[in-house]
Every structure is written in structure tokens, then in C-alpha cells.
Design a protein around this ligand. Sequence first.
Ligand code: KIV
Ligand code: NA
Length: 276
Amino acid sequence: MKKVTVDFFKKAKIEGKKLSMLTAYDYSTAKLLDSAGVDALLVGDSLGMVMLGYDTTLQVTVDDIIHHTKAVTKGVKRSLVVADMPFLSYHVNIEDSIRNAGRLIQEGNAEAVKLEGGREIEDKIKAIINAQIPVMGHLGLTPQSINALGGFKVQGRNEHEAKKIIDDALRLEDAGVFAIVLECIPEELAKIITEKISIPTIGIGAGKECDGQILVTQDMLNMFGDFKPKFVKQYANIGDLIIDGVKNYIVEVQNKNFPEKIHTFKIDEKTLEKLY
Ligand code: KIV
Ligand code: NA
């Protein structure tokens, strides 16, 4: 079993092999997803919403991402681990951006970082890549821009917006990113971008023409009930399994059916006598 590297991503596009990605935020889940064979795991800033209960991703800090990335990388043998750079960690200046990206690698053990945006952050992306840190781009709906975008909505539906996203994708490719996440854009636009660039596109709500797909694990396993975007397919219903299991547990505790003999420790008779 060979470790997935950024080279694997580039080769996959040439060979026409589709890439699968999921988010992971903790050791035990990362271990499961890795052993199932997913190509890459993203420690996404969606952890703010999914794991920490925030309304947006904007409150997530570099320390939060490091904390979760450490746990994920410990559980992984094969998957490439990409860590999200959170809001404000690459917006201030180049030096700050390199340092924060570096912390995700050095302290979190991530192998690559992901940044949201196109031309506005081109200089930061180039500087991080110059520091020998592989970068994944992210275009279309970029949740860290939620206040500027005016809500979670499909991007690139008019000519002006679509052309900007295409141009940004080309610029990111030139800057040297190894892949680009395309979030919530029409599938026709995702197809055009996928054909125009030589690095893989990873879609989420961007249709089947992308070179790979990513979903938030808790969404696709139905473990996160706050909302369900149109682009999510539920592959398992872990949420209901958890509720059923916990309900059984409560009943068995109340009925004194748990714990049973096999869950219980004993002391030898002689010692026991002395205790009364
Ligand atoms: O944070 C995240 O989960 C993401 C993916 C949805 C691409 O950025
Ligand atoms: Na993210």
C-alpha cells in the first residue's frame, strides 16, 4: 500500500482515474476512512460547524485546525492529508501566510494546505508553494466569504461570474497548485474548467465531470442533522444507528440488563470474605 502524495493526484488526471476525498476531524474516523481506501482526507474548516457547533467557518482558528489535524494524521496510513487554512490565516500578509501554512505542516503533520480564493490571494499561494508546501485551491462557493457573498448560493451562473472562476482556475494552475476544489457551481462550468486545466478538479456540488469528488463525512453518513445541502448524497445512516444504539443502552441500563457477566470483573472468594 503506497502512500498517496500530490504526484498521485497529478497522475490520476492523466490516467483518467477519479479521485475520492472526504473530510476527517478525528483519529478514529480518519482510521476508518483511510482503511476504506479514500485517496485524501481534508481537515476542513467545516469542522467549526460540524464538530464545534458554530454557525459559519469564520470562527475557526489555526490552532483548531492543528488540533484536529494532529489527530487525523495519526490515524492515516495511505490517504493524503490536506489541512484547511482558516479565515484570516492567509489574508493579512505573505509572511503570516507562510508561517500559518508551515504550522499546519510542522505541528499538524499535514502534507498540503487548502486556501479559498483566486486572484486576490495569488501572491500568498505562490509564497506558500515557494516554501515547499503543496497547495490545493478552492473556487466557486467559498464559505469563508459568506458575508461578502451574501449567503450560501450557487456561484458562476452568469457570464461575468463564470468567466472569473475560469480565469481564477487558470491562474491557480499557473501559480502551481496541485488540485482545485470547485464548490457549488453549475456542472457545465465545472466541465469547462476541468478540460482547461491540467491539474485535477475536486467537485462538491459541481457535477460528475470533475476529476474527483469531496463530501463532508458527517453529511454523507447522516451524522449532522442541522441542514442537508442539495449536493449531498447519504451513503449510510449513521445518525439513526447512533440513536438506536443509545436508546437500547438506556433501556438496558434502566432494566438492569447491562452490564452482563461478560462485562464484569470478579474478586476471589477468600478476599471477598475478608471484606464483609
Ligand atoms: O471545510 C470543508 O469541509 C471544505 C470542503 C467542503 C471542500 O472546504
Ligand atoms: Na473548508
